[in-house]
Write a protein that binds this ligand. Structure first.
Ligand code: NDP
Length: 329
């Protein structure tokens, strides 16, 4: 690689919004004390919003897209990292107010870098990606609220998506009995292979339901929001926990206080973008141990940088299964 390298750059001008591949230099990246040779990034729902311009993700332009990456430190002005160190970044404003991972090089402040735990390679790190790391934050939230493998069934909504797939695989490996909710019948075999014990159709949850229903779940990982989250809360058993991280079905939450005040249900909000460093490190070290890595291949497909432009509108329509790893080189 010479002085310039390839990146997907979003621009907003009078002519409109466009993200395309450009040759850029280090001076076009955000400031930071560490330069990373990026190996892989991933495609997330939020990337779909940023690349298509359908959501206001990028806060300034031009902006290198890509909310996460894995790579190897190329140069470092801090003692905390040295060339050759394997690192990963999720969120922290990448593709929002800092240049992101859809580029062959990234420059970041060292305080947002997570050292990749032993046992995970650069490709596996991005097969997991922000979706997988968010799924693990959800699992940690359930654990912190006392939801244990013997507590009862756990529900994962949007199960065939990126976050959902990893949540199903991790929870199943930990010994939970997982019910996967999906709208895509063709993913049933895939979800069973990931470890789902039961599968329900997402229409069971996506219509407006009673605010207080028969208890079914000890815990829930919800990536969908809206009526799905409201029904999940209404069906959560006494003292259970719902970890809410997504809005694939809508950002509203049409519910009542009944599940909280009559069953002591906990609603745990999960944010991956500005999650504090100890939570990130815990999530990544747990992923290295608790995610069955042999399932990652089935969960993920590899796409070259160029293909992101094609896949971005598809992920917004819910047409992408599992995880897409982006090979930026
Ligand atoms: P994906 O697009 O990969 O998965 C979303 C899944 O949700 C789809 O596969 C589909 O699952 C389901 N779904 C889509 N549309 C609807 C709908 N209208 N009603 C019900 N279900 C629907 O996205 P990700 O897994 O990457 O992300 C999931 C959500 O989590 C997104 O909203 C994303 O923004 C959010 N997120 C939040 C993070 C945070 O920090 N809080 C971090 C990462 C993601 P199926 O086909 O199985 O029905």
């Amino acid at each position: 690689m010479g002085d310039t390298f390839r990146a997907i750059v979003a621009n907003k001008t009078d002519a409109g919004y466009e993200a395309k591949i450009e040759e850029i230099g280090l001076d076009q990246l955000s400031e930071g004390d560490v330069v990373v040779d990026v190996a892989y990034s991933t495609l997330n729902y939020k990337d779909g919003l940023a690349v298509t311009g359908k959501g206001k993700i990028c806060e300034s332009f031009p902006m290198v897209c890509g909310i996460d990456f894995s790579g190897t430190v190329a140069s470092s002005e801090t003692d905390a990292f040295k060339p050759g160190d394997r690192v990963v970044v999720n969120g922290y404003g990448l593709s929002q107010d800092k240049s992101g991972g859809y580029a062959q090089k990234a420059r970041v402040k060292s305080d947002i870098l997570v050292r990749l735990p032993d046992g995970l390679d650069l490709k596996q790190a991005m097969a997991i990606g922000t979706a997988g790391y968010t799924a693990m934050l959800c699992v940690l939230a359930l654990e912190k609220h006392g939801v244990a493998p013997g507590s009862g069934d756990v529900l994962v909504t949007g199960a065939a998506g990126g976050v959902g797939s990893v949540a199903v695989a991790v929870l199943a490996k930990l010994g939970y009995s997982v019910t996967a909710s999906t709208g895509r019948e063709e993913t049933h075999g895939y979800l069973k292979d990931l470890g789902a014990a039961n599968i329900i159709d997402r229409t069971e949850l996506s219509e407006q339901g009673k605010p207080f229903q028969k208890p079914r779940w000890a815990g829930v990982v919800d990536t969908v929001g809206s009526h799905t989250l409201a029904n999940a809360l209404a069906q959560t058993a006494y003292g259970g926990c719902v970890a809410a991280c997504g809005l694939a079905g809508g950002p509203d939450l049409p519910t009542t206080v009944l599940p909280f005040i009559l069953r002591g249900v906990n609603l745990a909000g999960v944010d991956s973008v500005y999650a504090p460093m100890p939570a990130r490190q815990e999530a990544w070290s747990r992923l290295a141990v608790d995610l069955p890595l042999d399932k990652l291949d089935a969960m993920s497909e590899m796409a070259p940088l160029q293909k992101v432009l094609e896949l971005a509108p598809e992920i917004l329509k819910g047409q992408v299964r599992g995880r897409v790893i982006v090979d930026v080189n």
